[in-house]
Design a protein around this ligand. Structure first.
Ligand code: ADP
Length: 556
């Protein structure tokens, strides 16, 4: 008979993270730029107490274990209290992306069967508009104090967050339950089809918090001051609300103020050392510091992910500003972290240019995620850095099924040795993995350009355009072609100023010379004022493809 371990059997619960932070880093600060306009300061101990008060208040409202509480909120201490107050008490925290269309928000809240909705003042008009479409929501809670409550509102029974919290005494003991209980739910952004819910468990969230904090992942430490630019409604801010509690560091929350100037000022005044966000926000910040010839005094490291980090951005941050860039890849279905580009001791001895090329890739899997690439029949492809195929993953923080959907999204994989390698989650990304395990995404399968039987990676083509000094942003999309099926069209936003204004189609196309094979160079360039972005800040190629589907390519 197997000998069982004789360790304490304690479930991995989200409440243990906030209790640890309160007990061992209780006076460490949490600073929030509030919607109300001011800078608010609190501590882990105070947040833990108020999370308990909130748990009491939600129970008093009649919410019971397993019920979903929706949020429409920016990054701030109240949102953090809701994370812990809900999950910690057995409720399920459902962060909704407020940048979606109102109908989509209502659809998602109904699909998740949200019973309460907490929202920041910014979103009062939005919630007023959709409240009537949310019949299951019994409580609308405005995340503010009495002084900021509206005199009149169309929302029946609108409650004040501060009043609810302050009415409780905090004498509440975090309950203990099965670690596989649902803790939170996030919806994919639904760039194709309806969004789908990924339900995380306490166990998966705590394991992810450990994994994310490791030195070869985000390297979060209590010596850090961490500012998550990535919103708390984008895959739980990549787990940072949990990992920061786990390490007990100072946390700085930017609220809705994500423009270059506001971020820069917060980085400097609060001595931020580490941040994380999608490439688009760094574009704004870099433009601001560049235009004003500023430097960062404490900012040393950033995780960039959510979409491919253009090499030009990585190099600017590293060479001009001394900020280490950790390129990361993941997705809602993976909590979200999968890979990060961190070098081994051996790779740190390579010439700098080779190191840079590795850092530009999406990187290596962290423990907790296994990955490989397979062909269309599910057969594993070699890890030679060249064979590109469908990227599949598995691990304790990867989903097994979608909320409310019968049927499994998983696929069966045959290992390189031909043996059954079990069930894996297909990511929808196309990638190659090299012999050192460094993964590089070539595309999302739906964004690949199929030209005459060959594939063109839109990411590669975009990255070159992004390195042009007069280009602000660039997207490559496939447009139909009579001979080649599809050919690449480059959509460019010019940089503000003289250089941008003078930029021509020929300049951009000429810039490709010698950088990629001729057949991969876009057939045409169009200039636009703005590239549409998804609610999580990614280029919305679906819309661009729609807009330019009848674009006449030269010579057609
Ligand atoms: P959505 O499908 O809602 O956009 P996610 O935020 O979960 O949702 O996005 C996951 C996808 O984003 C990945 O499957 C991948 O296509 C893309 N992605 C994330 N990080 C990177 C990266 N570093 N490089 C390239 N693509 C990325």
């Amino acid at each position: 008979m197997a000998l069982m371990g004789q360790m304490m059997s304690m479930p991995l619960l989200i409440s243990s993270l906030i209790q640890h932070a309160a007990r061992h880093s209780g006076d460490t600060e949490i600073v929030s730029k509030r919607v109300e306009g001011d800078l608010h300061r609190t501590t882990w101990a105070a947040v833990e107490l108020r999370s308990r008060q909130l748990a009491q208040a939600l129970a008093r409202l009649g919410l019971s274990a397993g019920e979903r509480v929706g949020t429409l909120g920016w990054n701030g201490y109240r949102h953090l209290e809701i994370y812990y107050g809900t999950s910690g008490s057995g409720l399920v925290c459902h962060t909704i992306n407020p940048r979606l269309f109102p109908e989509q928000i209502a659809w998602i809240a109904n699909d998740a069967d949200d019973r309460a909705l907490c929202f920041d003042l910014t979103f009062l008009p939005l919630v007023e508009k959709i409240a009537a479409q949310l019949p299951q929501v019994r409580h609308f809670i405005l995340m503010t104090d009495r002084a900021h409550m509206p005199a009149q509102t169309a929302i029946p029974n609108l409650r004040c967050y501060e009043e609810l919290v302050e009415a409780e005494d905090g004498r509440y003991v975090w309950p203990e339950f099965d670690e596989n209980t649902a803790s939170s739910i996030c919806y994919t952004s639904g760039t194709t089809g309806h969004p789908k819910g990924a339900v995380y468990s306490h166990r998966s969230s705590v394991l992810h918090a450990y994994g994310a904090a490791l030195p070869d992942a985000m390297a979060a430490s209590r010596r850090d001051v961490i500012l998550p630019v990535v919103p708390m409604f984008h895959v739980n801010a990549w787990g940072l609300p949990y990992s920061t509690a786990l390490v007990g560091c100072k946390l700085v929350m930017p609220g809705p103020h994500l423009d270059g100037k506001s971020l820069y000022e917060l980085f400097e005044t609060e001595k931020v050392t580490f941040s994380a966000g999608v490439p688009t926000v760094w574009l704004g910040l870099l433009n601001y510091v560049g235009a004003n010839q500023l430097k960062f005094s404490t900012f040393k490291r950033t995780v960039i992910g959510g979409s491919a980090c253009p090499p030009a951005m990585l190099r600017t941050l590293m060479d001009d500003y001394g900020v280490d860039v950790i390129h990361a890849w993941g997705m809602t279905e993976m909590s979200p972290l999968g890979t990060l580009s961190r070098l081994s001791s051996r790779q740190l001895e390579l010439p700098q240019e080779q190191q840079r090329r590795l850092l530009e890739k999406q990187g290596k899997a962290i423990f907790g995620v296994d990955m490989t690439v397979v062909d269309d029949a599910g057969r594993e492809l070699p890890w030679d850095g060249k064979s590109s195929g469908n990227l599949v993953v598995r691990g304790p923080w990867v989903i097994e099924s979608y909320f409310g959907h019968d049927g499994s999204p998983l696929i069966r994989v045959a290992g390189a040795d031909g043996r059954d390698a079990g069930l894996w989650f297909p990511t929808g990304d196309v990638a190659a993995i090299d012999a050192d395990g460094f993964m590089q995404i070539t595309d999302r399968s739906k964004d690949v350009i199929k030209s005459g039987g060959e594939w063109i990676s839109s990411i590669d083509v975009e990255n070159i355009a992004m390195a042009h000094p007069a280009v602000h942003e660039a997207a490559v999309i496939a447009v139909p072609h009579p001979k080649w099926d599809e050919r690449p069209l480059l959509v460019v936003v010019r940089k503000p100023g003289e250089a941008g204004a003078a930029l021509t189609r020929e300049d951009v196309l000429g810039f490709y010379e010698g950088k990629i094979a001729k057949w991969q160079v876009p057939d045409d360039v169009v200039f636009v004022d703005e590239i549409p972005h998804t609610a999580t800040g990614k280029m919305l190629k679906l819309k661009l493809r729609e807009q330019f589907k009848s674009h006449q390519l030269p010579g057609c």
